[in-house]
Ligand binder design. Sequence first.
Ligand code: AMP
Length: 282
Amino acid sequence: MRVVTDAGEARRFRRALAGAVGLVPTMGALHDGHLSLVRRAGEENDAVAASIFVNPSQFGPGEDLAAYPRDLSGDLARLEAAGVDLVYVPEAASVYPPGFQTWVVPGPLAEPLEGARRPGHFRGVLTVVAKLFHVIEPDRAYFGQKDAQQAILVRRMTADLDVSVGIVVCPIVRDRDGLALSSRNVYLTPDERSAAPVLFRSLRAVAAAWGAGERRGKRMREIARAVLATEPLAAVDYVSAADPETLAEIETATGRLLLSMAVRFGTTRLLENVLLPENATL
Ligand code: AMP
């Protein structure tokens, strides 16, 4: 496994790889969710590249950039064991050198949900993803459904900017009690960790309502909020029932529905979602 920090070197090693290359972009602190993306990339490509970069431009002032968990040696051991061929670990100063001033600015799909709470977040995400695509030139790139709006925006960017990278969105990997794996879960206190599976229970209630024929967006949001309200440590930031194509809030679903939420446990903000009908048997 090659580990490189320099973009030129990353490009050189990538060009020496034969066949199709799958890229898994990450911010490190890797867990089984990330590794599921790596495995899928391995199944669908001849070689796998991963990147580890805690991208400063997608963190707002007052967010957890400095405190974001970092474990480079553990990450590299996991990627090596998973059979990754190339790991690109750039420095912030080389991704954003003095004079850097050109950004990928998303459109209205970045306005609601995470975009509304984290101004500039998706501009940072799309810019770094575009840069990673240009350095690695993957045939396919792997993203998690966990960050649903991010996956939607990355797809939109590749279509809008004629980027010839196939975008593959992989299912959410969860702990045994249903909590979605996240690098940020390490911030949870033991009490908060015990409380956090309420998110999964709320998604299950929504999926069950869908199964029973409920299609009203307002009712879906109420069902999720009612379950979340049973847990005193859960402070809801938002609950959304949106059209997964437009991210507009749904009155009555005629096609698919993305129920997504951000909920704080103490200082830790967790994201969850369920896509219906795909995940109806959650
Ligand atoms: P991050 O390191 O948090 O930026 O995540 C890197 C990639 O892994 C993103 O595409 C995430 O959506 C994906 N990811 C994070 N957590 C999970 C999970 N529990 N299941 C599946 N994919 C995930």
